[in-house]
Design a protein around this ligand. Structure first.
Ligand code: ATP
Ligand code: MG
Length: 278
C-alpha cells in the first residue's frame, strides 16, 4: 500500500458533473450533481465499480475520535459483502475496535489487523481500512496514498468539521480523492447538519448526499457484533428505527460506487505512481 496509482479513477459520469476538474484526481473543485436520492440510486447501479482482479481500496479516516469511522467501515463492508464481493476490513487503529466489533458477532467479511493486511487482502475485491483518530501526518499520508478514496465521517460539530477540513487539505496536497460523510445526525436538529454541510462545502469539500442518522440502534448493533439492521433490544425485539440507519449506509455505498467507479479502459492503464514524500 506504499504507492498510489490511478487504477481506480473517478467515474466518467461523475467527472461530467464536474466540468471544472481538469484531472480526475483534481479534487479541489469537485461538486457532485444535486439530484434526488431516488433517481441517484437507480442510476448508480450502472457503474461497474469492481473490475476483476483490481481491488478497491477505501480508507475511512478522521482525526476526531468517536465519529463513527469503525461503524462506517463495518456497515459498508457488510453491504458490499452482501452483494457478493470479497471484502476485507483492515483495522489500522491501535485500539483494534473493528476487530473487537467483529469478534462479538458473525460478520460476513474478514477483519484483520493492519500488520496482517498484506496477505489477507490478496483475494479481496474491496479493502476498507478503518483508520484511527489523532494519527500523525506521516501515518495519514501513507494511509491516504494507499487508497482510491478516503472517506471522512464527520459529526455536525464545530471541532469535527474543522478537523475534516484540515485533513482534506492534506489529502488535496497528496492528490487523493476524498469525500465527507455527515454522521450522527440528530433528526431534531437538522439545522446543525445543514450548517456543517455548508461549512464543509465552502472549503471545497465533497459532502455525500446521504447522511447517517443518530440512532441508539448503532450502539446496540455494536454491542452485539451485528450491523444495525439486525440490532435488537434487551428483550430481543428488533429496534424500530434500525432500517433508517441501514438504508442510509446503503445510499452511502451507492454514492461511493459512483465516486470510485473504474472504467475498464482506465483500469488497465499504467500510470506513474506518486512518490510517498509528495
Ligand atoms: N449513527 C450513529 N448513531 C448513534 N451512535 C453511533 C452512530 N454511529 C456510531 N455510533 C456509536 O458511536 C460510538 C463511536 O463510534 P465508532 O467506534 O464507530 O467511532 P470511531 O470514529 O471509530 O471512534 P474511534 O476514534 O475511537 O476509533 C460507538 O459506540 C458507536 O456504536
Ligand atoms: Mg474506530
Amino acid at each position: 500500500m506504499g504507492q498510489f496509482t490511478e487504477e481506480h479513477s473517478i467515474s466518467k459520469e461523475f467527472r461530467q458533473t464536474v466540468p471544472s476538474a481538469a484531472h480526475p484526481l483534481d479534487t479541489r473543485r469537485w461538486k457532485p450533481a444535486r439530484v434526488s436520492k431516488r433517481t441517484d440510486s437507480r442510476r448508480w447501479h450502472h457503474f461497474n465499480w469492481i473490475v476483476s482482479s483490481i481491488p478497491v481500496f477505501l480508507t475511512v479516516s478522521g482525526q476526531k475520535g468517536g465519529v463513527a469511522k469503525t461503524c462506517t467501515s463495518i456497515h459498508l463492508a457488510s453491504i458490499w459483502a452482501g452483494q457478493g464481493h470479497q471484502v476485507c476490513v483492515v483495522d489500522a487503529d491501535r485500539n483494534r475496535s473493528a476487530l473487537a466489533y467483529a469478534v462479538r458477532g458473525a460478520l460476513p467479511f474478514s477483519v484483520v489487523p493492519v500488520e496482517a493486511a498484506a496477505k489477507a487482502t490478496r483475494s479481496a475485491d474491496v479493502v476498507i481500512t478503518d483508520g484511527q483518530a489523532s494519527s500523525d501526518e506521516e501515518e495519514l499520508r501513507h494511509l491516504a496514498m494507499g487508497s482510491d478514496l478516503v472517506l471522512l465521517p464527520t459529526a455536525p460539530k464545530a471541532r469535527a468539521v474543522e478537523l475534516s477540513v484540515e485533513l482534506a487539505a492534506l489529502l488535496r496536497r497528496v492528490q487523493v480523492p476524498h469525500a465527507v460523510l455527515l454522521v450522527k445526525i440528530d433528526l431534531r436538529q437538522q439545522r446543525a447538519a445543514q450548517q456543517a454541510r455548508q461549512a464543509l462545502e465552502s472549503f471545497g469539500l465533497t459532502v455525500l448526499n446521504a447522511e447517517i442518522p443518530l440512532l441508539a440502534a448503532f450502539d446496540k448493533a455494536e454491542a452485539q457484533g451485528l450491523t444495525v439492521e439486525a440490532a435488537t433490544d434487551d428483550r430481543g425485539r428488533a429496534d424500530p428505527r434500525r432500517m433508517a440507519g441501514w438504508s442510509a449506509y446503503r445510499t452511502v455505498a451507492l454514492e461511493l460506487e459512483c465516486l470510485i467507479s473504474k472504467p475498464s479502459s482506465v483500469a488497465s492503464r499504467t500510470i506513474k505512481p506518486l512518490p510517498l514524500s509528495a
